[in-house]
Design a protein around this ligand. Sequence first.
Ligand code: NAG
Ligand code: NAG
Ligand code: NAG
Ligand code: NAG
Ligand code: NAG
Length: 549
Amino acid sequence: MLIFLSCSKIMITILFFLVCFEFSNGVNVRSSEGRKGQWQLLLNNTGVVGMHVALTYKDTVIMFDQTGAGQSGYRLRRRFNGSRCTINHHDLLDSTCYAHSVEYDISANKVRPLRLDTDPWCSSASFLSNGTLLQTGGFEKGAKRVRFYRPCGNHQCDWIQSKKTLSDERWYASSQILPEHNRVVVVGGRRVFTYEFVPKTSPGEKSFDLPFLHQTNDRDGGGNNLYPFLHLSSDGNLNRVIKTFPRIPGEGSRNYPSSGSSVMLPLDHRDNFQKVEVMVCGGSSIGALEAARKGRFLEGLRSCGRMVITGNNNKWEMEYMPKPRLLHDMLILPTGNILIINGAKHGCAGYENARNASLEPYLYSPNKKLGKRFTMLKSTKIARMYHSSATLLSDGRVLVAGGNPHGRYIFHNVAYPTELRLQAFVPHYMESRYHNWRPSNMTIYGGGGRHAIGYGKEFRVEFFLEKRMQNNEVGFSAYAPPFTTHSFAMNQRMLKLRCKSLDRKGGGWVVAVLEAPPSPNVAPSGYYLLTVVNGGIPSMSQWVQFAHA
Ligand SMILES: *[C@@H]1O[C@H](CO)[C@@H](O)[C@H](O)[C@H]1NC(C)=O
Ligand SMILES: *[C@@H]1O[C@H](CO)[C@@H](O)[C@H](O)[C@H]1NC(C)=O
Ligand SMILES: *[C@@H]1O[C@H](CO)[C@@H](O)[C@H](O)[C@H]1NC(C)=O
Ligand SMILES: *[C@@H]1O[C@H](CO)[C@@H](O)[C@H](O)[C@H]1NC(C)=O
Ligand SMILES: *[C@@H]1O[C@H](CO)[C@@H](O)[C@H](O)[C@H]1NC(C)=O
C-alpha cells in the first residue's frame, strides 16, 4: 500500500496509515489578528544550498546540494581525501575543495561539512526504523548509489556509501519507507519507469516495471511525472495496483517540473487510522516548460484537490489557494494544519524557469469550512525559488533553506541569486502571549530515549500545563519527519493518537496515558515527534520510537 499520485493525470495507489486525536485547529484565545507568525534569520551562509533537507532524531538537519555545483559557500582546507586545498587557480575552482553537504546543529546554530563521494543531486531518502537516513540515487556516478547517514549527535558521523547499488539509475525519484522489514520503495526517475526495494536482500533483486509511469510521462513537458507523489496508505496492500483514481481536475500538471506539492492529511485514531486523505496543491500550466525556455513565465495553478483514497468513494474535491503557486513545500504543523511555504507564482521548475516569488506562506486548516481554510501568513523578504526546501523542527519552528535556479553558485546580476541564508518561520503559537497555554517539560515514559514503544501499547506522558484552553481538547500527535526536496516531503505523516486518560496531578502537572499506533501499516517503525497540543497551542516535541515490542 503505497499510493502514488502522479501529475495531473491518473493516480495509482499504494496506501497506508496514521493515528490519533482530534485537535481543534484554532486557538480561541484571540482573533486571527496578529496570528501571522514571524521570520528569523538564523545564518547568512549555510555553505551549501539546502536543496535536500531532513531533520534527524538527534535534532540536527542534514542538507545537501549537488557535488557538480563547483564552488559552494563552504571552502574546505583539505579535501576529504586529505590533500590540501591551496589558493592556486586550479584548487579555487576544484569542486572537491568545497563542501556539498552539511549537518546543521540546531542548538549551536552551526554547520559542519559532510563528505560525499558521488553526486546525490535530485535524489530521494527515507529514515529507517533506527533513525538512519537511507538516501538513494543522484546524478551520473551517483545515480545508482545508496548512502547511509547514521545520526550521532557528537559531530563525528558522516555519509557512508554502500557497496550495494540500485538496479536502475534514479535521478528525480521518490522513496517511501514501508511497513515491514525496514524496507524502502524507490519509484521512478528520469527516463526510468520502474520501482525497486532497498536495502537489497539478495544480489539478484531487480526492479519492477510500473506502467503508470509510462502512461503519465509527458515528453514535451519534461516528464511531468518526476518526483512522483508517494504516500503510504494504511490498508496493507503492496505490489499490485488495486485502484485507479480519477484524474485531478484543472488544466496543467502537478509533478516535476510542474512542481506542485502533495501531503497526506493527519490520520486519526477515531477511525482507527483507516480514513486516508491526500491533498495536492498548485503546479504549472500546460506548456510552462516550453514557454519558460522562451522567456515567458506562465501563471501557475491555484487549485488544490483533496481526495479520500480509502473506501469506495474516491473523488477529488477542489478548492483554491489565494494565489497561484508552484515550487512550494507543504508541511504538517503539530496543530494538524498545513503550512504552504516557499515557491513562486509563475513558470515551472528547472534553471531560470520561474518568476514572481511567493513570499507569503499560507496556513491551511483542513477542518474548517470550504472557503475559510486558507490564511495568509507573514511575508518573508527572501525569495525561495527552485531548489529551496523546508522542514519542521522539534521546537515548533519551520526551517527554511536553499533556493538556486542556477547550475553554479551565482550571487550577482541574476533575477534570483543563489540563496545561502537560513531562516526559521516561527508560527504564531510560539509567541510569548501563548506561553501560559503552551504545554511544557514533557517526559515520555515506557519508550522515548532508549526503549521503543510497541505497537498498540499504552505509554505515559507527563507534562506541565499552566492553563488549559477552555472548551478545547488536549490532543497528542506523532509526526514522522520527512526528507524534503523539490516541493515534496517524502515520508511525512502525522497521527493523532488516542488518549486513554488525562489526569491533573496538581501544581500544573498532567499525566496522560496514550496508545501507540496499532501497527506498522499505520505508522512504519521509526522515530516520531510527539507533541501535546492544548487547544491549538503545541508543546515542544520529544522524540519517540515506535517498533515491534
Ligand atoms: C547577516 O548579515 C547581515 C548583513 O551583513 C548582518 O546585519 C546580520 O547580523 C547577519 N546575520 C546573521 C545571523 O549572521
Ligand atoms: C585527492 O583528490 C585530488 C582531487 O581529485 C587529487 O588530485 C589528489 O591526487 C587526491 N589525493 C589523494 C591522496 O588521493
Ligand atoms: C540502522 O540500520 C542500518 C541498515 O541496517 C545500518 O546500516 C545502521 O548502521 C543502523 N544504525 C544504527 C544507529 O544502528
Ligand atoms: C511578475 O514579475 C514581473 C517582473 O519579473 C512583473 O512585471 C509582474 O507584474 C509580476 N506579476 C505578478 C502577478 O506579480
Ligand atoms: C521546565 O523546564 C525548564 C527548563 O529545564 C525549567 O526551567 C522549569 O523550571 C521547568 N518547569 C517546571 C514547572 O518544572
